[in-house]
Ligand binder design. Structure first.
Ligand SMILES: Nc1ncnc2c1ncn2[C@@H]1O[C@H](COP(=O)(O)OP(=O)(O)O)[C@@H](O)[C@H]1O
Ligand SMILES: N[C@@H](CC(=O)OP(=O)(O)O)C(=O)O
Length: 418
């Protein structure tokens, strides 16, 4: 069986949904589970709605109405009036209408997951209904009954055993008679609350299903021809990899190549399932295959740029050396706040750590570290990671900008700059 993943860009409008239908039809002879993300930039819009609700902003209802009308416009371009999907989507939206009528009492991350998950719940209703209108047999599946997580809202940790059992018990039978369409990015807790798996987590959803069902492959359909040596939105003259090893793909996504979610590769590598990254605009083109045993040739360096970075410098209040005990308590604080380190460096008196700026976590993180340490930080920075680089070509990427931290190994150089 095949697992397909269609991201937000592929279903951003009615034409995108029709194109998805066209691609899926070409594979209809095979069993297929399709993971779909929220349409276009809906998750960003729902994040904005969450903030509007928590802050009780005046524009909250307008923000929500825009999200609804975006989806209803797409549906009017796909379905006849009176199609049952209009009611299904309306009923899904109503759940949030009820929620935002009351004042917010729960914690932000919990509220976030209950609201933001609506994006995938409605996109999958639309895609599933559309596949059925073009003569395919497709079933809508509520992923929250299959991907079980703990209650770490916004970063649900998958309970693999429970998830595997649930998926293996029901899905193979469903796949015998129909395509299955389900939501990326979502999970469910044992108390039946919705969780999300971390932004851009739908690739990970696809890999969870593939691993549990022992799929032949996962194909993730993107707006790029495959995995390139750099983000084509930032660099010209990029080159596509026809093949990549799991190792290289894990390294690239770990350092922040946003084309694939970092958690995606491991379950696939463990089960030896290839990941195909293909263009939804040129579905017949070769794309990139990530699999075992590839020895890629790097004619150009792999370049990964992360914006909006903060470099934090932490030192002991009494000028003592940074010891293993200090490091252990610093790491514990970062883990507790779910903050990932992008670069780390230690000197005698200070520990430097570069992280993504996430305003909703940053203030609390600082308060916690400041209880035991002195802290300074610089924000608004960029981090560039070059893999398979040539030492004499590094300067061109920095362009004379001020470098705050640099770390170099044989294969990889990371530079934090202003
Ligand atoms: N190395 C890379 N190769 C290809 N695309 C990349 C790379 N790094 C970043 N990207 C970006 O990833 C985007 C596709 O990923 P994403 O937007 O998450 O897809 P989707 O959400 O549709 O699944 C591309 O539009 C491109 O700008
Ligand atoms: N919709 C979620 C999950 C996701 O993976 O989306 P996409 O496949 O469009 O990156 C997000 O935007 O974070």
């Amino acid at each position: 069986m095949l697992v397909f993943k269609f991201g937000g860009a592929s279903v951003k409008d009615a034409e995108g949904v029709k194109n998805l239908g066209h691609i899926v039809k070409q594979y209809q002879a095979q069993q297929m589970l399709i993971v779909v993300s929220a349409m276009g930039k809906t998750t960003n819009a729902l994040e904005n709605l969450t903030r509007a609700y928590v802050e009780q902003r005046n524009d909250m209802h307008d923000v929500y109405e825009d999200i609804k009308s975006y989806h209803f416009n797409i549906m009017h371009n796909l379905f006849e009036d009176g199609h049952p999907v209009f009611d299904e989507v309306q009923n899904t939206f109503v759940e949030i209408d009820w929620m935002i009528e009351d004042e917010p009492h729960d914690n932000f991350d919990f509220i976030y997951d209950q609201i933001v998950s609506i994006g995938e719940l409605v996109s999958t209703r639309i895609v599933n209904a559309y596949l059925n209108t073009i003569g395919l047999t497709s079933k809508w599946l509520d992923v929250r009954s299959f991907i079980h997580t703990d209650n770490t809202y916004r970063e649900g940790v998958v309970d693999w055993q429970k998830t595997r059992e649930a998926i293996r018990q029901d899905i193979p039978m469903l796949l015998q008679n129909s395509i299955v369409v389900t939501q990326g990015f979502l999970g469910g807790t044992s108390e039946n609350f919705t969780t999300t798996l971390g932004r851009e987590g739908s690739d990970y959803t696809a890999s969870i299903f593939a691993s549990c069902l022992n799929a032949e492959s996962v194909t993730t359909w993107k707006d790029v021809p495959g995995i390139l040596n750099a983000d084509p939105k930032l660099f010209t003259d990029t080159v596509k990899f026809d093949e990549l090893s799991y190792n290289e793909a894990i390294e690239m996504t770990y350092y922040g190549a946003s084309v694939i979610h970092p958690k995606t590769i491991k379950p696939l590598q463990n089960a030896d399932i290839p990941l195909l990254v293909k263009s939804f605009n040129q579905p017949d083109a070769r794309g990139t295959v990530i699999k075992e045993g590839v020895v890629p040739v790097f004619e150009k360096p792999v370049i990964i740029v992360k914006q909006n970075q903060v470099l934090i410098s932490i030192s002991a209040k009494d000028y003592s050396f940074i010891t293993e005990d200090h490091l252990s308590s610093i790491f514990a604080v970062f883990a507790r706040h779910h903050v990932k380190a992008n670069v780390l460096q230690t000197s005698a008196l200070s520990f430097s750590i570069c992280i993504d700026m996430k305003p909703e976590r940053f203030d609390d993180l600082l308060i916690s570290i400041k209880q035991a340490f002195k802290v300074k930080y610089n924000d608004g920075l960029s981090l560039i990671t070059l893999r398979h680089y040539q030492a004499d070509s590094v300067d061109q990427y920095i362009n004379g900008r001020e470098v705050l931290l640099e770390q170099q190994s044989r294969n990889t150089i990371q530079i934090v700059f202003k």
